[in-house]
Design a protein around this ligand. Structure first.
Ligand code: ATP
Ligand code: LTN
Length: 333
């Protein structure tokens, strides 16, 4: 049986949120089946596109790895590693930069959003961010890339870059496909339900961190911004309620229709509390496991070293092939 590869990454730019968990991490764990091999990285090179304090940054990188393990990443089925530990990412990224057009990058909505948010630091890395992400994916010949909806455009540009490269230099890369959940691909902020929930949001009430204590989760849901319709319905004009209903449905396994029946005639307060309770039930064991793993540095270091070793073995092969095909290597073979 030929195994298909899976790759994804998450930036250590804050504590992992309910949005990251539902949109991406749940699928990361689910994709660990016998017919696939998974590569999951803490994308610290990507997180450098916004300013980071080196000590906090290092700590957050380790915390992100511990959280991934707590969310069900199994080191026997997956290579879990820190992006900067495998130098091939930066090297392939340069080569791919030379096959990517400014016009393509100019269309990326994340670049526009992040430039508006960090107007004092619109650096070149922020612009070429999708090229580094393409390198992450293509190095591992990944067929599937489990991500939230906001990253779809980046996986599509990775496909375009791979197809272009293959045409120019001959078959080199597997063409990747995004793997996005049907419900929950875009969880919204609890304070502004027209914006996506984001772990780098300066207002902690806008997101549920997966390490939040039960009383904090309950408080944040109770404070969630809704509307003045006073009617529980699932539609575009009530984005706050639609977001709560989606979260409720994901965490209870009930459909939106079933949820609408349950809450028929009830108030927003009841929906908020029931949603909080369902979330608390699933996140509590994750938080406990996270605290246990984070305290076991020897275990964490072992997993990350072994993950980097496995990742590097594959990455090295791909980069070697790319260098040979482009005239960058094998000079006196
Ligand atoms: P930042 O706030 O630093 O931009 P982020 O919260 O957007 O971070 P990323 O590290 O960029 O998180 O994303 C990790 C994964 O989580 C990606 O696959 C992304 O698509 C997914 N994701 C992020 N936010 C959400 C969301 N609100 N709903 C669903 N999926 C999400
Ligand atoms: N850019 C992604 C994180 C990321 C990623 C990847 C996702 C970095 N490298 C490779 C999938 C594949 C984000 O969520 N902002």
């Amino acid at each position: 049986m030929e195994k298909k590869n899976v790759l994804s990454g998450i930036q250590p730019s804050g504590i992992i949120t309910l949005g990251n968990y539902v949109g991406a991490l749940r699928n990361w764990a689910k994709l660990q089946t016998d017919d696939r091999f998974c590569f999951y990285c803490v994308a610290n090179l990507h997180a450098m596109t916004v300013r980071q304090d080196p000590e906090v940054f290092r700590q957050r990188t380790i915390e992100a790895a511990a959280l991934l393990l707590a969310c069900g990443i199994d080191p026997k089925r997956s290579a879990l590693f820190i992006q900067s530990s495998v130098h091939e990412h930066a090297e392939l990224s340069w080569v791919l930069n030379c096959s990517t057009y400014m016009g393509e990058l100019n269309r990326m909505t994340q670049f526009k959003d992040k430039s508006a948010k960090h107007a004092d630091n619109i650096n070149a890395g922020l612009f070429t961010y999708p090229v580094l992400m393409a390198a992450d994916i293509l190095l591992y010949q990944a067929s599937y890339v489990p991500v939230g909806h906001d990253q779809k455009q980046h996986v599509e540009i990775a496909r375009d870059i791979a197809e272009r490269f293959n045409k120019l230099y001959g078959e080199t890369f597997v063409i990747p496909e995004p793997f996005i959940p049907k419900v929950g691909g875009r969880i919204m902020s609890l304070q502004d339900p027209t914006k996506k929930m984001s772990k780098s949001d300066p207002n902690p009430s806008s997101f549920i961190a997966i390490t939040d204590e039960p009383n904090v989760i309950l408080k944040k849901f109770k404070r969630a911004v809704t509307d003045s319709e006073a009617r529980i319905a699932y539609n575009e004009n009530q984005p706050g309620i639609a977001n709560l209903l989606s979260i409720y449905s994901i965490f209870t396994g009930k459909t939106i229709e079933e949820a609408l029946e349950i809450f028929d005639g009830m108030g927003y307060g009841q929906l908020k509390v029931a949603t909080a309770e369902a979330v608390i039930e699933e996140l509590t064991p994750i938080r406990e496991e996270y605290n246990r793993i984070l305290a076991d540095r020897v275990y964490l270091e072992g997993v990350l070293n072994e993950g980097a070793r496995q990742a590097a073995a594959v990455a090295e092969k791909t980069l070697h092939n790319v260098y040979a095909k482009t005239g960058l290597g094998s000079f006196f073979a």
